[in-house]
Ligand binder design. Structure first.
Ligand code: AMP
Length: 534
């Protein structure tokens, strides 16, 4: 008697995702607004057709399964075609973040041994500058111009698309993203066909992106950042309409959302901030979105409140490049209908609940092994495991997880009894004062609520008596008048007295990483001589 069950074999490959989209939602539109202002339209059947041609063209260049093909591009339909075309010939797409520094760009392209680079004409200056340093790249293809390299449309246009997807193991790699770590070299995270398919299925559910055939999604989160949160795959599975913009100008995004009847969007908090400012400056209402997913950094309360007042469901999501990236999403909890508006806003400031497939736990920050209770109070180092969570960095011979498969996220958080994750800090940034922990993020968020504060960053500075004490760095809004005492006064009602910063320093600019997060390392370096008195 057969030991196994009696269901069919089905290898989880990315090609099945695009085949499904083309078969079941072939005419559903994919719209792109290009950098030059022109708008083009294709559909899922068209994306598949072009991906087949691209796979053929890559084979003709001699690219073999498992090898890396890089993209240096914003969000558009040709970039989407590349996601499926590269995976369809067994290759691994390396989505390069154009905002990285030269040394990082040099490192990651050479480390990944990228053989082809597909790029936007807007990034020609980066290509010109880096070309001599990128020793492994043999072919350059430009997505939107034929001036300095073969044009993408001509390159794939020479093929007939008569191609069979390359088959293989579902554990084969299909994409690589590098972390933009603030210390050391970036590290490569290689996603598999299987992990990507599972992650996308999980992303579809109502407790996550809540996609249906009627969804119209404009992802602002770049395709070069953490696989654009898996949206290009989940969207294909549900056969949604995608609206891409190759520029992130709020005026362009706003108009596109209205013209194309966008229902869903996704992006980091700064994207929404820019959108608010644009609407306020021009006396416009926010677009009537059904849902907005915010992640990458903590979404401030006022942002959540304003979107919710606009009738938009806010899904606060947490994850990282190492987690494909979705770990938790803030869908409605079981007490949702009983909560007041204010309570709903408050709950949404937390990072949501793990989607199926992901396990979370917090451990003691001092010993990093003792598991903490899920009591809504105990704050500890956040660890994660699951089928789309990293096991080992690219080319590393050491596992990045412990014996039980737990990956240490570097984040600090609290788990609530209903499964909600509340992120409180990064392990490297949490401030230890007299043996007790202070959350730098909570201080920043509280300071950010002051009307004169444009941005705030809090770091622990060495202190002769307490080891470390919080110092708050503040960028004032243009023309705003505010003193250090005003800020402290504002914080007094929101945090414990012993959390109040020892100093507030006004500076012109807060340093950011290539993915738009506050770079506390740069801030600490800049103020390395800073001294607090006992
Ligand atoms: P990256 O790999 O560049 O996507 O960065 C991942 C890191 O971003 C996480 O480890 C968190 O520190 C931070 N992060 C992501 N999502 C959130 C969120 N919703 N709230 C707060 N921090 C977040």
């Amino acid at each position: 008697m057969a030991k196994l069950g009696a269901m069919q074999d089905w290898t989880m490959r990315i090609t099945s995702v695009i085949d499904h989209a083309a078969r079941e939602a072939g005419t559903r539109e994919i719209v792109t607004r290009w950098a030059d202002g022109s708008v083009t339209r294709t559909d899922w059947a068209g994306v598949r057709r072009d991906a087949l041609k691209m796979a053929q063209a890559l084979q003709r260049l001699g690219i073999r399964p498992g090898e890396r093909v890089a993209s240096l591009a914003m969000n558009h339909s040709r970039h989407l075609v590349s996601w499926y075309g590269v995976a369809g010939m067994g290759g691994v797409l390396h989505t390069v973040n154009p905002r990285l520094f030269d040394d990082q760009l040099d490192y990651i392209v050479n480390h990944a041994e990228d053989r082809v680079l597909l790029y936007d004409a807007a990034f020609q200056p980066i290509v010109d500058k880096m070309k001599d340093r990128w020793t492994t790249i043999e072919h350059y293809i430009c997505y939107d111009s034929g001036e300095n390299a073969p044009a993408f449309e001509d390159w794939i246009g020479a093929e007939d698309g008569d191609f069979e997807w390359v088959t293989g193991d579902e554990r084969d790699p299909c994409m690589i993203c590098y972390t933009s770590g603030t210390t050391g070299n970036p590290k490569g995270v290689q996603y598999e066909h299987r992990s990507t398919v599972l992650h996308a299925i999980a992303g579809l559910q109502p407790a996550a992106f809540n996609f249906s055939g009627s969804s119209v999604m404009l992802p602002v989160v770049p395709m070069f950042h953490a696989a654009s949160w898996g949206l290009p795959y989940a969207g294909a599975m549900a056969g949604i309409k995608f609206v891409f913009s190759a520029v992130n100008d709020p005026a362009v995004l706003h108009q596109l959302m209205i013209d194309e009847k966008v229902t869903d969007s996704a992006g980091v908090p700064t994207v929404w901030l820019a959108h608010f400012q644009y609407c306020d400056a021009n006396g416009l209402d926010l677009p009537p979105l059904k849902a907005a997913t915010i992640g990458g950094s903590a979404a401030p309360k006022f942002m959540i409140e304003r979107l919710m007042k606009n009738g938009t469901r806010v899904q606060h999501a947490w994850g990282m490049t190492e987690t494909s990236p979705i770990g938790t999403v803030g869908g409605p909890t079981w007490d949702w209908e009983e909560l007041s508006f204010e309570e709903k806003v408050q709950k949404t400031t937390m990072q949501g609940r793990p989607i199926f497939g992901v396990e979370l736990r917090t451990v003691d920050l001092d010993d990093m092994v003792t598991e903490l209770p899920r009591d809504g109070k105990s704050s500890g180092a956040l660890q994660i495991r699951g089928p789309w969570i990293i096991k080992r960095y690219f080319k590393s011979d050491k596992d990045a997880v412990n014996n039980e498969g737990w990956f240490d996220t570097g984040d600090v958080g609290i788990l609530h009894p209903d499964g909600t994750l509340q992120l409180t800090d990064r392990t490297k940034d949490v401030i230890k004062s007299g043996g007790e922990w202070i959350s730098s993020v909570e201080l920043e968020n509280a300071a950010g609520g002051h009307p004169a504060v444009a941005e705030a960053a809090c770091v622990g500075m060495p202190h002769p008596k307490w080891d470390e004490r919080p110092v708050l760095f503040v960028v004032k809004k243009a023309d705003a008048q505010v003193s250090a005492e005003d800020i402290i006064e504002h914080l007094r009602s929101q945090v414990a007295k012993w959390w109040l910063p020892d100093a507030v320093e006004f500076i012109d600019e807060i340093p950011h990483t290539a993915t738009g997060k506050i770079s506390k390392k740069d801030l600490r370096d800049r103020f390395s001589d800073y001294r607090l008195e006992a």
